[in-house]
Design a protein around this ligand. Structure first.
Ligand code: BES
Ligand code: ZN
Ligand code: ZN
Length: 489
């Protein structure tokens, strides 16, 4: 898809279709040219409501506001309605701004178009795809607020990169466990690194053993697919900060011997969403060439059953020497992350450390399936994550640690237990388990983001169709952009 910014009057641009966003529910605004027709069609301008005037080549879509959260899903709904319609190869859209000189809405429009055009067709005989090849954006504003061509170009460029990275992550997550296992994830990382210029190192079982990543290896043991740890690096000269990202890459989570019930196992191909988000974020950071050093680590493992599976009652030793009593093999993500976090901290002394994981069903129960849970020891770092979410149209909320819940993961026979002794607060106790594997240097630099809710969408919402959403990608790009703006000031 090709975006072109022009100062031409919107009416003069040739295209197959114009997308028009309507925030004025009364349709009284002088730019709503087809007021009468829209009224006749019963269009009331509700969020994501569509009215396609086929003969006029105009597609109207309602939005509650011109802010990102209004226009991104609206434009995504409009472009999604064009999937499979071959007549629409070029579309045009005017510039909508919510504040003078603020390009956030323009970026959201671009993201909406790219995210809305996404379809996952790998396993379909008939590939129904978006036909949009070219998007013309007129700088002529519908609300007469000013914008410079340079800032518009930057917004369009960054919007394209972050939405394409989100779609890249969606593709990985949507791929079936038989087609995307740890080696394949590593191959995807290596191919992407080659394309973008990132450095990429892949650790195989022999190296993982050498690194004493015994908990990760134990989870992987019963699978015919051997584990991998992936390390990607973006290293510009004179970086403003050093950032490490760590992702849970469970290419399948059957639960292991603490086997999941049948209904809960379906969709567990999405347990690689955290690792896949890290791959998407690394791709975007490299394409945006941001002046920060960013490292991406992925623990790619499959959790299966078998005669050599790890067991409830085992005690495992993590890379940092802490012993873990296993009471449930379905709480495997925290074990894989424990070793991957230790490895990441050993390899890189970071100013910021974020981990992403579909870690707990409890997080989904607690905050709903639209929202990620943000945990950590330091409030400022959690605020940075919720800022990233808010400004990118993702939803994330803080879940605070407390010393009482911490006690519930104590073990009688080892340093810590892999599950809590209470049914409640499972997202937080999982986060507090991870905190056992954060060293003193990184204690206040770390945030854990539980994306179990939004990572996989069973009923389309917002800018997300059925399937993987790419949760974590846009919010993290935004927060890294903020680090770039504020570091060294
Ligand atoms: N991958 C799951 C968590 C999950 C659940 C992700 C639903 C996405 C949707 C994780 O490995 C898991 O199974 N966690 C257990 C932990 C429990 C055994 C303490 C859970 O949440 O039930
Ligand atoms: Zn599990
Ligand atoms: Zn899992």
């Amino acid at each position: 898809m090709n975006f072109n910014i022009t100062t031409d009057n919107i009416a003069e641009i040739k295209s197959d279709l114009e997308i028009i966003i309507v925030i004025d529910k009364d349709l009284k605004h002088r730019f709503v040219a087809d007021r009468k027709l829209l009224k006749k069609a019963g269009f009331s301008g509700g969020q994501n409501e569509l009215c396609h005037l086929i003969e006029k080549n105009r597609l109207y879509v309602g939005a509650d506001s011109l802010k990102g959260d209004g226009v991104r899903p609206a434009v995504a709904a409009a472009t999604r309605s064009l999937i499979g319609k071959k007549a629409y190869k070029t579309i045009k859209i005017a510039t909508y701004l919510s504040h003078p000189r603020c390009t956030a809405s323009l970026r959201a429009v671009v993201e909406g178009i790219v995210l809305g055009s996404y379809s996952f067709t790998t396993y379909k005989s008939e590939k129904v795809k978006s036909s949009i090849k070219k998007v013309e954006i007129s700088l002529e504003g519908y609300n007469e607020l000013e914008i410079t061509p340079e800032s518009a170009a930057r917004a369009v460029h960054n919007g394209e990169i972050s939405a394409n990275a989100t779609n890249f992550t969606r593709d990985i997550v949507n791929t079936t466990p038989d087609d995307c296992y740890p080696k394949v994830m590593a191959d995807i990382a290596q191919a992407m690194a080659k394309e973008t210029g990132l450095k990429c190192k892949v650790l195989k079982p022999k190296e993982l053993k050498k690194e004493k990543m015994e908990t990760l290896l134990a989870v992987a043991r019963a699978s015919r697919h051997k584990p991998r740890v992936i390390h990607l690096a973006h290293k510009p000269k004179n970086p403003k900060a050093v950032i490490s990202l760590v992702g849970k890459g469970l290419t399948y989570d059957s639960g292991g011997l603490s086997l999941k019930p049948a209904d809960y196992m379906v969709t567990m191909k999405s347990d690689k969403s955290g690792g896949s988000a890290v791959l998407g974020i690394m791709k975007a950071i490299s394409e945006m060439n941001l002046p920060v050093e960013v490292h991406g680590f992925v623990g790619a493992v499959e959790n299966m059953i078998g005669g050599n599976a790890y067991k409830p009652d085992d005690v495992l030793t993590a890379k940092n020497g802490k012993t873990i009593e296993i009471r449930n093999t379905d709480a495997e993500g925290r074990l894989v992350l424990a070793d991957t976090l230790c490895y990441a901290q050993q390899e890189v002394k970071a100013d910021y450390l974020f981990d992403f994981a579909t870690l707990t069903g409890a997080c989904v129960v607690g905050v709903g399936h639209y929202t990620s849970g943000v945990m950590g020891n330091d409030d400022d770092i959690k605020s940075l994550v919720t800022y990233g979410a808010k400004s990118s149209g993702e939803l994330a909320t803080k879940l605070d640690f407390n010393p009482y819940l911490k006690k519930t993961i104590k073990s009688e026979i080892a340093d810590v237990c892999n599950i809590s002794n209470t049914r409640y607060g499972g997202a937080i106790t999982a986060g507090q388990f991870l905190s056992e594997f954060i060293d003193n240097d990184h204690k206040d630099k770390w945030a854990h983001i539980d994306i179990a809710g939004p990572a996989f969408v069973e009923h389309a919402w917002g800018e997300n169709p059925y399937g993987a959403s790419g949760a974590g990608v846009r919010m993290t790009i935004r927060l890294i952009e903020k680090i770039v703006r504020t570091e060294g000031k």
